[in-house]
Design a protein. Sequence first.
Length: 209
Amino acid sequence: MPNQLKNTTKTKKHFSSTHRGKPARSRGERKVIIFNKPFDVLVQFTDESGRKTLKDFIPIPDIYAAGRLDRDSEGLLILTNDGKLQAKLTQPSKKTGKVYYAQVEGIPTASQLQQFREGLILKDGKTLPAQIEIVEQPKWLWERIPPIRERQTIPTSWVKITLFEGKNRQVRRMTAHIGYPTLRLIRFSMGNITLDSLLPGEWKEINLV
């Protein structure tokens, strides 16, 4: 990843013309697309309210997102027409690790991080044990548009989280549960698939064995 990614306020035309990918293969062949989803984009191809969707960036039909990524979250989204790959990436029984970087309000203590590792009891059940550690702000991080709202009296910190399941808004609910609301959330990888060097709004087709 580059040390600093800048100038993410590109036009829709830029996103569709600089996708860094090869032309889509003929319909019926396996397709796997990785996409760096910007903030405020819905993970669907249509929206009656006119909000930004995947269709604004990816001109490929008949592919579907493997797993959730909320409108207010950023980073890696994998789209494919391969149902087995979708299952491998998303079903908890497969235990595929998903790495997130979260900027949270406050600085978690060692005991609170340990709660995360042991599993937390949320409204929809106990989470699987997750990995978490406090890290420096990623050097490859791009500027978010618009920026997060910070309070001058409360410090923020970055945590690196690895989940092995995908409950709805799970990272945000887990950090809030231990007392540290998530301000910004970026998914970096799913299994051995990473963001690579994609800028927000860019995509490319990859080959998986």
